[in-house]
Design a binder for this molecule. Structure first.
Ligand code: SF4
Ligand code: SF4
Length: 320
């Protein structure tokens, strides 16, 4: 089997497993490491100290696996339209789309395991591989761009012309020799919608996000108090924020996901804030079993709900 045949097998198996896009990058240092380094040095990672660790693998993902040659990058669409909101006037907290269904770490990892197993069966040649989904110390968006999955938009997310940006990324770093894809062109052009719409002004410049100001960071990653000057801008988001994706023209009509594991389940897509305020530890565990929302603990969710409730009170009752 030569590299081209192997690559074509990898891609066809990945697509059969339901991934929406698959691309191949060389296992090599990322192209824009200096901007990642600069981002870390400017303190934009906030209190996410783990991002400062394992700098050697972030710069060069090949360091994750001995004799790594290629990185298979997959994209899995999670976009779905929400059901119409209930007609009650109860103040609700919004949940970012990516956390509406089952925990994507499990779903994407499960499919990538199937991909590797299938390749072992079909290829009958020894190879090593390492699966990464979100938590590995690598810069996924840069690897995805190198693999031609899309370009990195001014909102720092990977964008695809047809798919938009509502998709998860996953990688298999492997010793297999595969044919690499070419990066795609950047289609942001003169658009600045995401930069202008961000409620907390988290973009000091295009392609640079100060995570310490981002609602996703504040509501999910940040422990302790959310600075009071940010409260009003957090609005009614209690878990993440989708604003810089919602305004993007490439997300105007994204395809619906076909992955049923991502179908919205309680408490998504929005939850009555009073309910969260009343949650016990048991309610929390029961409500969020198998959900990505468990990254925020109960105390954090209650903190977020209290801020959203105070914002709702300031705004007054919702119009009928
Ligand atoms: S997720 Fe929300 S808060 Fe964060 S950068 Fe995007 S628009 Fe701003
Ligand atoms: S909103 Fe505009 S500038 Fe921002 S990522 Fe989308 S196309 Fe690029």
């Amino acid at each position: 089997v030569n590299s081209a045949e192997r690559t074509s097998l990898v891609k066809s198996v990945a697509m059969c497993l339901g991934f929406d896009r698959v691309g191949i990058a060389r296992a090599a240092p990322i192209r824009r490491w200096s901007s990642v380094r600069d981002w870390l040095d400017r303190g934009f990672a906030g209190s996410m100290a783990y991002l400062h660790r394992n700098v050697h693998t972030r710069r060069d993902p090949a360091q994750m696996l001995e004799d790594a040659k290629s990185i298979i990058v997959v994209a899995l669409n999670y976009y779905q339209r929400p059901a119409p909101p209930p007609s009650d006037a109860v103040p609700r907290g919004r949940i970012a789309r990516y956390a509406w269904g089952r925990d994507y770490h499990d779903v994407v990892r499960g499919k990538l395991r199937q991909l590797v197993n299938e390749l072992r069966r079909e290829l009958r040649e020894p190879f090593d591989s390492r699966i990464c989904v979100d938590t590995a110390p690598i810069v996924e968006r840069e690897i995805a761009a190198a693999a031609g999955i899309g370009w990195v938009g001014k909102n720092t997310l990977v964008l695809h012309q047809d798919l938009g940006s509502y998709f998860f990324l996953g990688e298999v770093i492997t010793t297999l020799e595969l044919v690499c894809d070419q990066p795609t062109a950047d289609h942001c052009g003169s658009c600045t919608r995401c930069l202008d719409a961000c409620p907390t002004h988290a973009f000091p410049q295009p392609h640079v996000m100060d995570a310490s100001r981002c609602i996703s960071y504040l509501t999910i990653e940040h422990r302790g108090e959310i600075p009071s000057e940010m409260h009003a801008s957090v609005g009614n988001w209690i878990y993440g924020c989708d604003v810089c994706q919602e305004v993007c023209p490439f997300n105007r009509r994204p395809p619906q996901t076909t992955e049923t594991a991502f179908s919205a389940r309680e408490p998504a897509p929005s939850v009555p804030l009073h309910e969260i305020e009343r949650w016990t530890a048991e309610d929390y565990t029961k409500a969020l079993a198998g959900s990505a929302m468990k990254r925020a603990n109960l105390e954090m969710l209650k903190r977020n709900a209290a801020i959203a409730l105070a914002n709702a009170r300031k705004e007054g009752p919702a119009p009928p």
